[in-house]
Design a protein around this ligand. Structure first.
Ligand SMILES: Nc1ncnc2c1ncn2[C@@H]1O[C@H](COP(=O)(O)OP(=O)(O)O)[C@@H](O)[C@H]1O
Ligand SMILES: [Mg+2]
Length: 266
């Protein structure tokens, strides 16, 4: 009995979870409720897709999880840290998360390998960064991460010479090199063709296999169902669905979108 309790206890209040929100509420003046009482949890090594029409609150949720937006009410915990408890907690929590955006966020003039090494910055002394003197071990690690996303042969290519999908995969490799516990990806495949989108989602799946949790907002329902373990659907700032991807049928998903008339599948 006691053993069971100690096993369950860590998940309470966000401990033992990579991301956790409770009663998250964010309003914008004069009358927009971007998030209303959003509570959800992401377990280690889980792939959660966030679905919802434009304006549903997806980006606001990501901004709250990263501490870029301060909620009016509610708790945000990342890697077991309450991010608004102190600036230190926020700083330490941010080390555990990696961000991927729709617009590729690599340093354009650096190579793929150097961009992945940027993920090591929190772990190496400043002088090494200034001199770009990464250790052999860091280089080996970065190359291994590029291999995981299928881009070992592009290690020396400048970021701005890579395709959009390849750039997203380098960003995923960078998250792996950082040893992030969770990758937060806001519409990571929105500006990609279907084939590139698939390779990016496969790379996110590889990250999940490596033990990293992924929270990704997606527009295409079929992609969420194909790649995610769980689907969280937002509408008007509220969670209207939170279920294993395999359990959501097409009709339920249509209902998430129907009020706005947005199409959920191409
Ligand atoms: N900085 C802001 N100022 C005012 N309103 C905002 C701001 N950011 C988002 N909103 C509003 O909050 C709601 C949710 O937006 P957002 O989180 O961007 O949704 P999504 O990413 O799902 O499209 C929308 O109504 C949007 O107009
Ligand atoms: Mg958005």
């Amino acid at each position: 009995m006691a053993a069971t309790e100690t096993r369950v206890a860590p998940e309470r209040n966000g401990y033992g979870l990579v991301a956790y929100t409770e009663g998250l509420t964010k309003r914008y003046a004069p009358a927009v409720t971007a998030l209303a009482e959003v509570s959800f949890a992401v377990r280690p090594g889980e792939f959660v897709a966030v679905l919802g029409p434009s304006g549903a609150g997806k980006t606001t949720l990501f901004r709250c999880l990263t501490g870029l937006t301060r909620p009016d009410r509610g708790t945000v915990m990342v890697a077991g840290r309450d991010i608004w408890q102190s600036p230190r907690e926020l700083r330490l929590a941010r080390r555990e998360l990696a961000l991927i955006f729709q617009q590729f966020n690599l340093i354009r003039r650096l190579s793929a390998l150097e961009n992945v090494l940027v993920g090591r910055l929190a772990h190496v002394p400043a002088w090494r960064v200034i001199l770009r003197s990464f250790t052999r071990a860091d280089r080996q690690l970065a190359l291994g991460c590029l291999d995981t996303v299928g881009l070992l042969d592009r290690a020396g290519t400048r970021a701005d010479e890579l395709s959009g999908g390849q750039q997203q995969r380098v960003a995923i490799a960078r998250a792996l090199a950082q040893h992030a516990k969770v990758i937060l990806a806001d519409e990571p495949v929105a500006s990609l063709d279907p084939e590139s989108a698939a390779t990016v989602l496969e790379s996110l799946r590889s990250a999940v296999s490596a033990g990293v949790a992924v929270v990704a907002s997606l527009h295409q329902v079929h992609l969420a169902r194909a790649y995610a373990d769980r689907i969280v659907a937002l509408r008007d700032g509220r969670i209207v669905e939170d279920a294993p991807a395999a359990r959501l049928d097409a009709r339920t998903i249509e209902q998430i979108y129907e009020r706005t008339g947005e199409r959920s599948d191409p």
